[in-house]
Design a protein around this ligand. Structure first.
Ligand code: GLN
Length: 278
């Protein structure tokens, strides 16, 4: 059967299965199976898909129709212009997190400095910063051994110098201080109904959910970061759209200066930062 007809059928099937990005999903899966880019797909849509490729495509579409995230089916996702390997052991990088990277780069104006990414997952934040600030010393940590391996492979894939360590927040960097500390920690309330919808059902709860209405890890990091920031250094964290006030108040209570929040592309306050000026 022709590629364009198969794409149309797959798109319709995924739409009725509830995917909000049905046509795009179908194209991305076809691109993966055929090893081609989108231009090729549109140029050669009249060609037949060979039986072997078609069987693989149909299997991926079926898994997607069941709900498996596209990034776990293809094993990769683009973030900040970098193609990153993804796996079910970590969160899939999201465009929202580019707000945090933009904030980090804005504060990382010095020629050299030390940057720490806590709970790096695929390595997305650390690798984005390393790609933009090659002279900076970038460290990334994660509690998950699988995530550490993934982030290291992603660093190698892009030839980026990032030190990746297994760590329970700051344990692997005891006694070290950084000019910038960034984190996209778990921050979803365990009772949030959105955990039962879409891709998050397939992502590890340890990367998504935190106690105390999602604030526990944000507050732990804010507390411990004081021992790991240089004077004048900045802590910046991504959080949920309704957590900015709580995180800002906590930073102020912990003695941070210049606490403020930034909006994401959708206009929600999603990143809060504070400066360590003891
Ligand atoms: N932004 C993600 C979501 O709402 C959660 C990411 C996180 O918990 N760090 O699906």
């Amino acid at each position: 059967m022709r590629i364009d007809l198969l794409l149309g059928r797959a798109g319709a099937r995924l739409a009725s299965a509830g995917s909000p990005t049905a046509r795009l999903d179908a194209e991305v899966l076809a691109m993966k199976v055929l090893g081609v880019d989108r231009t090729w797909l549109y140029t050669w849509g009249g060609r037949p898909m060979e039986p072997l490729a078609r069987a693989r495509f149909e299997a991926l579409v079926a898994a997607r129709a069941q709900g498996t995230p596209v990034a776990y089916l293809t094993g990769e996702r683009e973030f900040w212009g970098l193609t990153l390997e993804t796996a079910p052991s970590t969160l899939i990088p999201r465009p929202d997190t580019e707000t945090l990277v933009t904030a980090a780069l804005e504060k990382a104006q010095a020629d050299v400095g030390r940057f720490l990414d806590l709970g790096t997952g695929t390595g997305a934040i650390a690798l984005a910063v390393a790609s933009e600030r090659p002279a900076w010393h970038v460290t990334a940590v994660d509690l998950s051994v699988d995530a550490v391996g993934l982030a290291r492979r992603n660093a190698r894939r892009h030839g980026l110098q990032v030190r990746v360590q297994q760590s329970d927040w700051f344990t692997a960097v005891a006694g070290e201080r950084f000019d910038l500390i960034a984190s996209n920690p778990p921050y979803i309330d365990p009772d949030d109904p959105h955990l039962d919808l879409g891709d998050v059902r397939y992502e590890p709860a340890s990367a998504l959910v935190a106690a105390d209405r999602g604030l526990a890890d944000l507050f732990t990091i804010a507390d411990q970061a004081r021992e790991h920031l240089t004077v004048g250094g900045w802590l910046m964290m991504e959080h949920g759209f309704d957590q900015a006030t709580a995180v800002r108040d906590q930073l102020i209570a912990l003695g941070y200066a210049n606490a403020s929040s930034l909006r994401d592309l959708a206009g929600h306050s999603r990143v809060t930062l504070g400066q360590w000026l003891p």
